[in-house]
Structure formats: C-alpha cells, structure tokens
Design a protein around this ligand. Structure first.
Ligand SMILES: [Zn+2]
Length: 81
C-alpha cells in the first residue's frame, strides 16, 4: 500500500515519481500510496502524474515517532498533507 521515492533513505535514484507511475501501470495497479520517510515533497508530483495515467495516488508520508515507530499517514488533499 505504500511506495517510497528517491527522497527516502531506502529509496534509490531509479525511484522517481515518473518511474513509479510507469511501473505501477505496467503491473496493472489502479491505486498506489506514496509515503516517503518524513517527507511529502514528491507526493503532489506523483499524484499529478498518476492522474494523467489513470492511476489513483494516495497522498501520504511514513512518519517516525520519537519511539522509532513508523506510521503510514494518508491525507485527502495535498493541502492537508
Ligand atoms: Zn516504508
């Protein structure tokens, strides 16, 4: 349900928003969630590229708490994200 982009430490340079949308479409996905670690900077671009290709992109982030718990957080709009 969640995919990281190049902005996450576990991502790599091949994980651009455009590459993620292309891969998701190639394997037949209709919906993906973008959740970088503690960043939302690629969410809007990924959402817009997905919309152009008929792929719904959930807007989110993987937030790390002070206890080092990772939580997936999704918001309904880029403004709320
Ligand atoms: Zn993750």
């Amino acid at each position: 349900m969640h995919i990281h982009t190049v902005l996450s430490p576990c991502g790599d340079l091949s994980m651009s928003p455009a590459a993620i949308i292309k891969k998701a479409k190639s394997v037949g996905l209709d919906i993906i969630g973008i959740c970088d670690h503690n960043s939302t900077l690629n969410a809007q671009l990924t959402y817009e590229l997905g919309k152009q290709e008929g792929l719904y992109v959930l807007l989110g982030a993987e937030v790390t708490s002070k206890e080092d718990v990772h939580s997936l957080c999704f918001m309904p709009t880029i403004e709320k994200l």
